[in-house]
Write a protein that binds this ligand. Structure first.
Ligand SMILES: [Zn+2]
Length: 197
């Protein structure tokens, strides 16, 4: 496969989604850790719990975004994602409209938007690939049906199998040398058995 085809392939998009999800797990783990720090004092338990729940949540968000037909739901998830990232980046703790806050809010919105678009591209690509696969399957079915017909209307004298119906087979027989030979033989045989007087 050529490079430009490879970088726009569904596998390449899937890798991007997986990479984003890894980042997602990290940022969500950080978020859960910060929330749970006052509830679970044991560091290991807190981290394991945070990571496990982050993996589950990020996978659910990815699955729902990919499978849903509702664009609004995918947009809402992307919006929640950006809010989460703003919490992780401490964007709300900063002075309102300061450069630092604008930067962090921008990063959060930008990343969520990228993920949303990535999922949309993936969905488009997936449905195109499925349509292509269906088309190929239909073509294969058609080719098999034609092969079957060719066997059904194969010329019994010379074995040619280009004919697809009885009409074509009759047409072929008109010019078939083997059929002519067969007919001549039959006629000769008749003459031999009952010679004209
Ligand atoms: Zn023939």
């Amino acid at each position: 496969m050529k490079l430009h085809n490879r970088i726009t392939s569904i596998d390449s998009i899937t890798i991007s989604i997986i990479l984003y999800m890894v980042g997602y797990v990290i940022k969500m783990s950080a978020f859960f850790d910060s929330v749970l720090v006052t509830r679970i004092s044991n560091f290991e338990s807190r981290i394991i719990g945070s990571v496990l729940i982050s993996i589950t949540v990020s996978q659910i968000i990815m699955l729902v975004s990919v499978e849903t037909e509702k664009k609004r739901l995918a947009m809402f998830l992307a919006f929640l994602d950006s809010i989460l990232l703003m919490f992780v980046l401490d964007a709300f703790a900063l002075e309102l409209f300061s450069i630092e806050q604008i930067k962090r809010v921008f990063i959060a919105l930008f990343l969520s938007f990228i993920y949303y678009e990535l999922i949309e591209v993936f969905k488009g690509k997936k449905s195109r690939e499925e349509a292509k696969q269906k088309q190929e399957e239909a073509k294969l079915k058609e080719a098999k049906a034609i092969e079957k017909l060719k066997d059904k209307y194969r010329c019994p004298y010379c074995g040619k199998r280009e004919q697809l119906n009885q009409h074509q087979l009759n047409g072929h027989l008109n010019g078939c040398q083997e059929y002519k030979k067969y007919k001549n033989n039959i006629n000769n045989e008749k003459e031999r058995v009952s010679p004209q007087v």
